[in-house]
Design a protein around this ligand. Sequence first.
Ligand SMILES: CC(C)(COP(=O)(O)OP(=O)(O)OC[C@H]1O[C@@H](n2cnc3c(N)ncnc32)[C@H](O)[C@@H]1OP(=O)(O)O)[C@@H](O)C(=O)NCCC(=O)NCCS
Length: 156
Amino acid sequence: MRPMPASAAVRVRRAELSDLDDLVALEQATFDSDRMSRSQYRRHLDSASAQVLVASANHRKFLGTAVVFFRAGSSVARLYSIASRPEARGKGVGTALIAASEAVARQRRCRALRLEVRTDNAGAIRLYEQLGYGRIGRYAHYYADGADAWRYEKTL
Ligand SMILES: CC(C)(COP(=O)(O)OP(=O)(O)OC[C@H]1O[C@@H](n2cnc3c(N)ncnc32)[C@H](O)[C@@H]1OP(=O)(O)O)[C@@H](O)C(=O)NCCC(=O)NCCS
């Protein structure tokens, strides 16, 4: 992949079945544990309680993804997962995915978006705090490898 110009406009759309290969490849390249499987992604694509988003820019059709979960009767949406392709990081893909996730949550009349992040994931923490997320708690041993998580929330 050639480097993406910093000025490329990032667009975010709903994921489709044809994105499955890219979604699974990015998941495998990004996360060592707690990975989402192909069948889980496939289920989320069709589910009313999930929204899978894909970021693209110009002719590069797959730069990253975010997965948002909704629960019936709850006004709090959950940003379950976010990742941008390693070659595309630091160029606004993550920011665009979070903005789109917030827009989707607002459309679903949610009052807040919550997320968990590994306490050692400094890059992601910086991004969330920069975008107005506030720390609301900590989960001990949250991840499969025993790592703790911070919980963050933003009022929409
Ligand atoms: C976290 C992640 C989604 C950010 O995506 P991105 O496309 O780089 O995000 P953006 O370009 O919009 O935002 C960059 C901002 O995030 C922060 N940031 C991202 N990566 C960083 C890093 N390695 N070190 C420090 N800050 C970082 C910075 O605040 C940066 O803002 P700046 O460019 O103004 O300094 C991406 O790094 C990623 O996929 N990481 C691996 C997966 C992951 O950790 N996901 C989150 C937990 S589920």
